[in-house]
Design a protein around this ligand. Structure first.
Ligand SMILES: Cc1ncc(COP(=O)(O)O)c(C=O)c1O
Length: 289
C-alpha cells in the first residue's frame, strides 16, 4: 500500500489523510517536521532525524504522547506497510488540537507519519547545477525562533523566498541572516570550496543544522578534505571555486551561479562531484525495515 499515512495510531491512504482544522500547526504553524529519506529498504539517518525532532519538542514544550523508541518503531512499521524501497517520509508533530493561541488546555501532540516520494529538481540540474538569486528575505533570527528548530511556522518566510526565486526563474534563493552573513538556501545548506578547503556557514549563522550537511562534513573529512564552519559573506560565495547545496530532499546538488554571475567556472566542480559520489555510496547505510 504505497503513499500512506499513520495519524495518531490510524493508517490510511495519504490522499484521504486528515487532521482537525483546529490543529495548532494549521492555526499557528505550531508544529515540527522532519523530512527523511528511505534508500534500499533502509531509513537513512533515522536516529539523527528523531534526535533533532525531540530537541525541537523540548524547545517548544509539546506534550508528546510517544517516547523516542515508540516513535522510532512507528516510523519503521509504517515504512514496512508502505512497502517501498525508496521514498520520502514526512514526520510531523504538532502541539495538538484546540482553538486559541494559549497552549493551555489543548490535546497532546498530534503525530503524523506520511510516506510518499519526492524529487525537488530534475536529473539535469544535478548535471549542470543550480543558478540562484540572492534572496531579499532574511532568515528568522535565533532570538525569535532558533532556526535549528525545524518549526513549521518558520517556513512561511522560506516559501516566500522560494516564490521570489521561481518568479526570477532561478533554482533557489540564497538567504542571508540579519547580520548580512550567508545562511542557507530555502531548504538546503550551503557549502563553498576554495583552494580545496570546504567552508560552510557555522550553526550559529541562522541555519538549520542539516543532517545531510553533517553527513557531507563527515564524508569530506574522511576523504581528507579540510572542512571549516565559518562566518561567510556574499564575497566568499562570489569568489569560491565551487559551491553546492545539501538537504534530505535535494541530496547534494551543484550551485553554479548567483544572480547571473558564475561561481568558479560556472560548472559543477571536482570536489562537488566527488562528494556527490561519496554521498550516493553512503545512502546504502540506514535502519532496515
Ligand atoms: C531551511 C533548511 N535548511 C537546510 C535543510 C537541510 O536539512 P537536512 O539535511 O536535515 O534535510 C532543510 C531541509 O529541510 C531546510 O528546510
Amino acid at each position: 500500500m504505497p503513499k500512506l499515512a499513520w495519524i495518531n495510531g490510524t493508517v490510511m491512504p495519504l490522499e484521504s489523510a486528515v487532521v482537525s482544522a483546529a490543529d495548532h500547526a494549521h492555526l499557528y504553524g505550531d508544529g515540527l517536521f522532519e523530512g527523511i529519506r528511505m534508500y534500499h529498504r533502509k531509513v537513512f539517518k533515522l536516529d539523527e532525524h528523531l534526535k533533532r525532532l525531540y530537541h525541537g519538542i523540548g524547545y517548544l514544550g509539546f506534550d508528546m504522547p510517544h517516547s523516542y523508541d515508540e516513535l522510532r518503531a512507528i516510523v519503521l512499521d509504517t515504512c514496512r506497510q508502505a512497502d517501498m524501497s525508496e521514498g520520502y517520509i514526512r514526520l510531523n508533530v504538532t502541539r495538538g488540537t484546540g482553538l486559541g493561541l494559549d497552549p493551555k488546555g489543548i490535546t497532546p501532540a498530534n503525530v503524523m507519519v506520511m510516506i510518499s516520494s519526492l524529487a525537488l529538481y530534475g536529473p539535469e540540474k544535478y548535471e549542470i547545477g543550480l543558478s540562484c538569486n540572492l534572496s531579499p528575505i532574511r532568515t528568522i533570527p535565533a532570538d525569535s525562533l532558533d532556526p535549528r528548530v525545524k518549526c513549521i511556522g518558520r517556513y512561511a518566510s522560506n516559501i516566500m523566498a522560494k516564490q521570489i526565486a521561481n518568479r526570477q526563474g532561478t533554482g533557489d534563493g540564497l538567504m542571508l541572516n540579519h547580520e548580512g552573513y550567508v545562511a542557507e538556501g530555502t531548504g538546503n545548506n550551503l557549502f563553498l570550496v576554495q583552494d580545496k578547503v570546504i567552508r560552510t556557514p557555522h550553526p550559529s549563522c541562522g541555519i538549520l543544522k542539516g543532517i545531510t550537511r553533517d553527513t557531507v562534513i563527515d564524508l569530506a573529512r574522511e576523504a581528507g578534505y579540510e572542512v571549516r564552519e565559518d562566518f561567510l559573506t556574499v564575497f566568499d560565495v562570489r569568489s569560491a571555486d565551487e559551491a553546492f547545496f545539501t538537504g534530505t530532499a535535494t541530496e547534494v546538488i551543484p550551485f553554479v551561479s548567483l544572480d547571473g554571475t558564475a561561481i568558479g567556472c560556472g560548472k559543477p566542480g571536482q570536489v562537488t562531484l566527488d562528494l556527490m559520489e561519496r554521498f550516493k555510496a553512503a545512502t546504502h547505510s540506514g535502519v532496515p525495515f
